[in-house]
Each structure stands twice: as C-alpha cells, then as structure tokens.
Design a protein around this ligand. Structure first.
Ligand code: IVH
Length: 696
C-alpha cells in the first residue's frame, strides 16, 4: 500500500477562502490551457479539498468561481458546444474513501452495484472526436465542459484516433490525448531544435501541441478512448443500442471500430464484481505504474452496467457512476539548490541536482538526476530555479524542467567543472556524457594523488599530472608500485630529466619512513581521515596489530563505534595484498612513540590509553591562527599529529571542555571564545616549550 496523500489545506476564514479559490482557479486555468501550473497536482488536490471542507461548513458563502461548483477548468475560448456535457470525475484517495463512495453509490441505486470496470486514469487531455458516417470530422477539447475549442487541425497527428472507422457510423468517441514517454522525448527534441523551451512533462507537451495551430512541425501524440456516445445525427437504432451497452461492451465496440483503448496495454480495463476486487486491481495498476510507457495519475472505477449507470445519474460536475482513485503525485515542484558532479566507475562525470527536500509518494527526495551538461543547457536550468521533479516507483527522481515563470531573477548559472572533480585530470567533453580523460583509471589517479598528498605520504613532485603520466605509461597500478619505480623507467618518461627523477626517488624514499598513521591515511580506508588514522595508529602502534584487530578491538579506538568498526576491519582485510606489497617495498609500518595495546582482559577493557603520560596527556587542544617560531613550518595536520603524540587530543572547535587553545597570529573567533569561556591560552612559542621533547 502506498502512503496516504497529504491532508487538505486548512482554510481559516473567508479571506483565506477567497484567496484559495483564486489560487485554485488560476492553477486550474493554466492546467487546462496546457500552460505550466504554479502548483503541482498534489498541492492542487490539497487546496481543492480545503476549499470543499470550508464550503461544507459555510454553505451560504460559496463563491461562484469555486472549483467545486463547476466543471474544473473554465472555458479556454471554447466555441464548439458539446452535445452532452463533458464532465469531470470526483476523486478518492484511500481504500476507506473508496468504500464510502461504493456505499453511497449503492444507496443511490438502491442495490449493490453488480460490476465495476477498472482501468487507468490517463494523464492527458480530454477530447471529443466526432465521426460522421465513419469519418473523423471534428476534434474538440473539453473546455469548460459545455463547449470546447476546435482542435481539428490535430487530426492526423494522433495515433489511435483513426480518420476512418471500420464502419460508417455517426458517433462521438471521447477519450484522452497524451504523449507516451517516447513521444514526449521526441517532441522536446524537435521543439528544442526549433529554438523552443522544452515542455515540463508529457501532459503539458500534449496540451501545448494539441492547441498549437501554426507550427512548422508536427509531433505525434496518442489517443485512448474511454467513451462512445450517440450524436444527434446518429440513427435511432445505433443510439438506442449504445444506451444499453455496459461500459466494457462500449469499449469493445470502440476497439472494433479501430479506436485505441486501454485494451492492448499492460493495464487494460477489467471488470470485477466487488469493491475488494476493485481495491486489489487498483494496487496492481499502481504497482505497474512506473513501467508504463505513458503517464497515469490514478485509476478510474466505473459502474459497468448501463442500468447501474442510469440509476446513479450525474451531478453538474461529475457522474455519480464513476470515481477517480487518485495515486500519489509523482511530480512536485521544488527548488534546485546546487549541482554536484560525481564520477562513476567508468569515469563518467555526471551532474546531480541537490533539491530542497520534497515528499513524493511518501519518500523525501533530496537528489535528482540531471543527465548531462548538454541536458542542463537544453533545459535552461539555473541554480535556485523552481523545478518540476518526477519520481516513478523506485527509479531515481529526475528533474524535468525549470518552472520559468516562478523565477525571481536571483537564479544563477550552473557552473560546469573544467577538471575531473575526482582526480583533477582533463575532462573529455566530446560526447554528451562527459568523461574523465582517465576513464576507469580515474579512481586510481585520484587515490594515488591523495596518497601522495601533503597530509598523507607527502611525496613532493608527485602531483596529479605526474600520477597520470605514470598510470598512462603503465608503470603503476597501485600505491605500492610507486615504491618499485626504477631510475631508468622514470628517465624514459617525457619531461623527466635527471634532477626531477632523482628528486622524485628521494621523495619516495622519505615517504617510506612516514609514520604508520600517514601510511594508513594514504590507504584511504573509508571513514578514516587524518585524525582517525592517527588515533588508530597510535592505539595499535603497528600495522600487524591493526590487521589483527577484530571489530570489537577496533571499537576501543576513540571515535570508532559499533557501526564503523566492522567496515574499517573489513576494508583493512581487503587491503591485505596491498599492505603486504607496501611492507615488502620497505614502507614503514609502525607508529613512532606508540606502544601496542596489551591484550584485552575478559571485559574487553584495556588498561591504559596509549599516549598517556605525554606532556599533553588527557588534554583537549585547539590550534588557531598562524604558527611561528619552531612551529612555523608545521601544517595544521602536523600540529594535530604533534598534539596527539604528546598524549593530547586535537580538536577544531573551542568549548568549555577545551583544555588549551594555541593561538597564533591572526587568531580570531576561537581565541575570543577561549577568553570568554576562560580556557587556557598559549602562544605558539609557549606551546613549543610544552612539547619541546617531541620536537626533536
Ligand atoms: S471516464 C464523465 N476514464 O480524467 C467523465 N476519464 O479527472 C468520464 N480520464 O474528465 C470520464 N482517464 O478527462 C474516464 N479511463 C478514463 C480516464 C478519464 C483519464 C480523464 C477525463 C476526465 C478526467 C477527470
């Protein structure tokens, strides 16, 4: 079962009611005219239900414009009268509401309804197609239900609506015109080629296309019939026969005449007998929704038998013999806050939209796919735009289009990356889908460049460009290969003279001596950045002890909880071959100054935390501002390493638990906070004295 739709809007007084009616009228007019509505379906439904609730309490104050009192939509320059009004449908949103409807229907017809026809509620536009002697003569939109617009110019562009019927009958076929997903994509492509803005969704595309009279191009649409009725000119015999047919028989007749109906689809109209069977069928259709090649926004349930339909009759807005069982909206309007660029396994650089969270079908959506840069450009998206977000089933939500008329002018262009956001290499932009020039090697380049970085192995002269060169030359396929590079191999590379080669080899030699904490950090185990790597290395002291640790032992490291411990242990186990190779290449695997933990006692507790006994033992230290004197050359990471070697814990924010703030030149808010909280302050020079033993 899907979640219930959001509740009705709450209307508190007559002023709010008038505003609500105005908003709903404007949205409905835009919707039926095929324009882009400032409200998504869900918001509209909520508003309409709020209006109905208020009117029920204030029957004397109902405004003439209210969407509840008339056929939704209003006339869009309608000039062709309908022979029989084209009505709308009432909605239900849950099994309970549906049961209530069947009960009221049974009361009205004075018996249980014997058979229900259940089929898809097609998300398009209602039209009436008039056939005279089997020839399609006129196509009319619903308009305000009494009269609609003549859109006969579209005849010939609508699949499923034959220009000639199989028999020379005079009838009106009613149904829905829509664009299938494929037709919608095609229509947008053609429209963009002609310099137009893409349509936000298939419904808008069908509406816009149907009403466009003088377009330089035509794009196909699809018709689904759901009604067959006599025209005044229809012979009595046929008219009388149609009156007696069950809905299911009418549809068979229509199909027999050559009209497209739901019959050939994955969700054909079926006839069932009980309300329970209806609800079961509703759920089946809902489950198939995401895979359908066309959009549905609900399920239509109709009394099948002509006698039941006659007995139920119609109101001014909707028939009483049919109901729309609405499915939760799959499209909502929200804002595009940012665009992230992610690099996939194959090196594809794909944009992803970060959204203002919005609930669609019961789940909160915060990300949506944006296919590629060209697509962003085509859709004319900007940061801060209101966007239509579409989500069907479990598919990743996608951004359909900006809602251009909601722009404030504050929107900003989306900036495309000019280098691979993961490894920093060039991006191949020759195809629509951008790709890191490293392709599948992107990950390797990124991880090697990270390992060589200043806070990890600090290998001078090994930036991204050089890493790319080594990878492309096939000289390195993993981190350990770096330490196996030979002088001749390097010299053979372009732009590698004797000096650069010797410098790089020397830097690699120095890197082998880096403390275990940095080697561990260079391995890039998820969830273990610089400070976590230091904590692990200081706790276990040697790589062998780290590798011997199970999840329980891993949890004894400060900051590693039940969730993180097993993944760290598993990843280290996976890295075993690489670690062995690094050790064999002579890379240091111990943490200077740390001692391995004693074996755990029965409770799993260890005696003493490593680092105890140092000059900063038990202290929480924050460093801020520029370091001077002996500490001048130390990066912030190196300062933190120093603090931890001295038995302290480094932290980046000052609180009342902070023991010491080392404030260098230019220290600002952190020093102020320390003063305010009465936390001990030290200059870099004073601090250097404290840890003099460790500065060597
Ligand atoms: S039967 C008297 N069947 O939904 C109206 N309508 O929201 C009987 N619609 O106005 C309509 N799919 O435009 C019917 N299978 C279906 C439908 C369907 C879509 C539309 C129709 C109607 C609107 C009401």
């Amino acid at each position: 079962m899907w979640p219930m739709t959001t509740p009705a809007a709450v209307i508190v007084d007559a002023t709010a009611y008038a505003q609500a009616v105005e908003d709903a009228t404007r949205a409905a007019a835009a919707y039926y005219a095929g324009g882009s509505s400032p409200m998504d379906d869900d918001a509209y439904d909520r508003l309409a239900r709020g209006i109905a609730a208020w009117e029920a309490e204030h029957p004397g104050e109902v405004l003439p414009d209210s969407p509840t009192g008339k056929v939704a939509g209003g006339a869009a320059e309608g000039d062709v009268p309908h022979t029989v009004p084209m009505l709308s449908l009432d909605n239900v949103f849950s099994p309970e509401e549906f049961t209530a409807w069947t009960e009221s229907l049974a009361r009205r017809v004075d018996r249980e309804v014997a058979r229900f026809a259940v089929g898809p509620k097609l998300d398009g536009l209602a039209v009436a197609a008039r056939y005279h002697a089997g020839r399609l003569t006129r196509l009319i939109t619903r308009g305000d239900g009494t009269a609609g617009e003549d859109v006969s110019h579209a005849i010939g562009t609508v699949e499923g609506l034959p220009e000639t019927l199989a028999e020379p009958v005079t009838v009106e076929v009613r149904g829905e015109i829509l664009m299938t997903t494929a037709q919608f994509e095609h229509a947008n492509e053609v429209r963009i080629q002609h310099g137009g803005q893409p349509f936000a969704n298939p419904r808008n595309a069908a509406a816009g296309t149907l009403r466009a009279k003088e377009r330089a191009y035509t794009v196909p649409m699809t018709f689904f019939g759901y009604g067959l009725l006599a025209l005044p000119e229809t012979g009595d015999e046929l008219a009388g026969r149609l009156d007696e047919l069950a809905y299911s028989e009418l549809m068979e007749t229509a199909a027999g005449l050559g009209v497209h109906t739901s019959a050939g689809t994955a969700v054909p109209d079926v006839v069932v007998e009980t309300p329970e069977q209806v609800v079961a069928r509703v759920q089946e259709i809902a489950a198939l929704r995401a895979e359908l090649p066309f959009g549905i926004d609900g399920i239509v349930v109709k009394a099948d038998l002509a006698a039941d339909r006659r007995a139920a009759g119609s109101g001014s807005r909707a028939p009483r013999w049919a109901i729309a069982y609405k499915l939760p909206a799959v499209e909502k309007i929200t804002r595009l806050l940012a665009v992230e660029w992610n690099v996939g396994r194959t090196g594809i650089v794909a944009p992803r939209g970060v959204l203002e969270p919005v609930v669609i079908e019961g789940s909160t959506i915060t990300y949506a796919t944006l296919h590629n840069p060209a697509d962003i450009t085509r859709r004319g998206l900007r940061l801060g735009d209101h966007v239509m977000v579409h989500r069907a089933g479990d598919v990743i939500p996608r951004i359909e289009a900006p809602v251009a008329h909601l722009r404030t002018g504050e929107e900003e262009p989306i900036v495309f990356p000019d280098a691979c956001p993961r490894c920093g290499s060039d991006i191949d932009t020759s195809e629509e889908r951008w790709r890191c020039a490293q392709g599948r090697n992107c990950h390797l380049v990124a991880s090697l460049a990270y390992a060589a970085g200043r806070d990890q192995l600090d290998i001078e002269g090994l930036g991204t460009t050089r890493v790319v060169q080594l990878v492309e030359a096939g000289l390195v396929a993993d981190l350990a290969d770096l330490f196996l590079l030979g002088r001749e191999q390097l010299l053979a590379l372009e732009r590698m003279g004797e000096t650069s080669t010797d410098n790089l080899l020397a830097a690699l030699d120095r890197a082998k001596e880096q403390p275990l904490s940095r080697v561990l950090c260079a391995l890039g185990v998820r969830g273990t950045g610089r400070s976590m790597s230091r904590r692990i290395a200081r706790y276990f002291a040697t790589m062998d002890h780290i590798r011997a640790a199970d999840a329980e032992a891993m949890q004894r490291v400060d900051g590693i909880g039940v969730e993180k411990a097993p993944s760290v242990v598993a990843e280290i186990a996976e890295l075993a071959p690489l670690i062995d190779k690094l050790a064999a290449a002579g890379v240091n695997m111990t943490e200077p100054g740390a001692t391995p933990p004693p074996p755990a006692d029965a409770d799993g507790a260890t005696a003493e935390a490593p680092g105890d006994g140092g000059p900063l033992s038990g202290m929480k230290v924050v460093v801020t501002g520029a370091m001077t004197g002996n500490l001048e050359r130390l990066s912030r990471n190196e300062m933190n390493e120093l603090i931890e070697r001295a038995g302290g814990r480094s932290s980046s924010s000052v609180s009342k638990n902070t023991s010491l703030v080392v404030a260098g030149e230019g220290a600002g808010s952190k020093r102020a906070k320390a003063e305010q909280l009465g936390v001990r302050l030290a200059t870099p020079e004073e601090f250097a004295v404290l840890v003099a033993d460790l500065l060597g």
